[in-house]
Design a binder for this molecule. Structure first.
Ligand SMILES: Nc1ncnc2c1ncn2[C@@H]1O[C@H](COP(=O)(O)OP(=O)(O)O)[C@@H](O)[C@H]1O
Ligand SMILES: [Mg+2]
Length: 238
C-alpha cells in the first residue's frame, strides 16, 4: 500500500500523538501530497522517505518509517503491531520529548501517527525543522577541528544521559549556527546504566568512525584521523 495520491484515505483510522501547541495536526499532515508545493523531498543524507514541509505553524520534517535491506523486499513499510506505545513513531516521539526535557540538543517532536492493519502497522512522524542546519559532511567547516571537538562534546553529553544512538552516522549530526544537534532516533533507547565503559557507547562511536570513512572520502586519511582525534578529545572532556 502507498500513502497519498493513490490512497488519500491512507491514514484513516490511525492514532495520533500531538505535542502541546499542535492540536491542529490531523492525518493529512502525514501525506506529502497534502502539502502540494510546500513539501520537498529531503535530498541529502536520507533514505528517500523524508520531506521538508512549510506549514502555517512553521518549517517541519515529515518522515515515513521504512525498512532497509532484505526485509524491505517483503514489505518496506509494515512492522509487527504489538500496541500503539510500542510503534516506532510513538517511541521516537516520546524519546525526543524526553531528550528535549533533559536539555539535550534535539529537534522538537510535533506529532506521531500509527495505523494498525491486521497484524502489522504503518507509521510516520513530524518534527520541527532546525533552522539553517546542515549535515556534518556538507558543512563548509567540515575540516575544522574545533567543530569536531564540539561534535565530540555533544555526543558525550548524550551518552552521559544514557542515550544509545543505534544509527550514529555523519548525516545524523546536524550543524546549525553555533550548535550541534543529533537527529534520527528511530529504535534508539535510554539506558539506565551509564557507566564510563558501557559497551553501547563504544558501539555508537565505532559506527560513527566507519561512517566518517565512508562518507568523507573528500578528506585525506590523515585529515580524517586528525578530525577523529579532535572528536575524541571533545568526547572525553564532556
Ligand atoms: N529536524 C530536522 N531539521 C533539519 N533537517 C533535518 C531534520 N530532520 C532530518 N533532517 C534532514 O533530513 C535527513 C534525513 O532525516 P533522518 O531523520 O536522518 O531520516 P533517515 O536517515 O531515516 O532518512 C537528515 O540527514 C537531515 O539532512
Ligand atoms: Mg538519518
Amino acid at each position: 500500500m502507498k500513502f497519498g495520491a493513490e490512497d488519500n484515505a491512507g491514514w484513516k483510522g490511525a492514532r495520533i500523538l500531538r505535542a502541546p501547541g499542535y492540536t491542529q495536526v490531523d492525518e493529512q499532515w502525514f501525506c506529502p501530497e497534502f502539502w502540494g508545493g510546500q513539501a520537498h523531498s529531503v535530498a541529502a543524507g536520507g533514505r528517500g522517505s523524508a520531506w521538508f514541509i512549510q506549514s502555517e505553524s512553521g518549517a517541519l520534517v515529515l518522515r515515513h518509517y521504512r525498512r532497509g535491506g532484505l526485509a524491505a523486499r517483503v514489505s518496506d513499510r509494515r512492522y509487527l503491531f504489538t500496541g500503539f506505545d510500542k510503534t516506532r513513531s510513538f517511541s521516537e516521539f516520546r524519546l525526543l520529548q524526553n531528550l528535549h526535557e533533559c536539555g539535550l540538543p534535539v529537534p522538537k517532536p510535533v506529532a506521531a501517527i500509527a495505523r494498525r492493519r491486521g497484524l502489522s502497522y504503518e507509521a510516520a512522524i513530524l518534527i520541527e525543522r532546525i533552522k539553517g542546519a546542515q549535515p556534518l559532511p556538507e558543512h563548509p567547516d567540515v575540516r575544522d577541528e574545533k567543530l569536531w571537538q564540539q561534535v565530540g562534546e555533544t555526543i558525550g553529553s548524550f551518552h552521559q544521559e544514557g542515550l544509545d544512538h543505534v544509527d550514529l552516522n555523519c548525516d545524523n549530526i546536524l550543524v546549525a549556527t553555533g550548535r550541534i544537534y543529533l537527529i534520527d532516533f528511530d529504535r534508539c533507547r535510554l539506558h539506565r546504566e551509564t557507566e564510563k565503559a558501557a559497551g553501547w557507547k563504544d558501539r555508537n562511536l565505532r559506527r560513527l568512525r566507519r561512517s566518517v570513512e565512508k562518507r568523507l572520502r573528500v578528506l585525506t586519511e590523515q585529515e580524517r584521523t586528525n578530525l577523529w582525534q579532535a572528536l575524541l578529545e571533545g568526547y572525553f572532556a564532556a
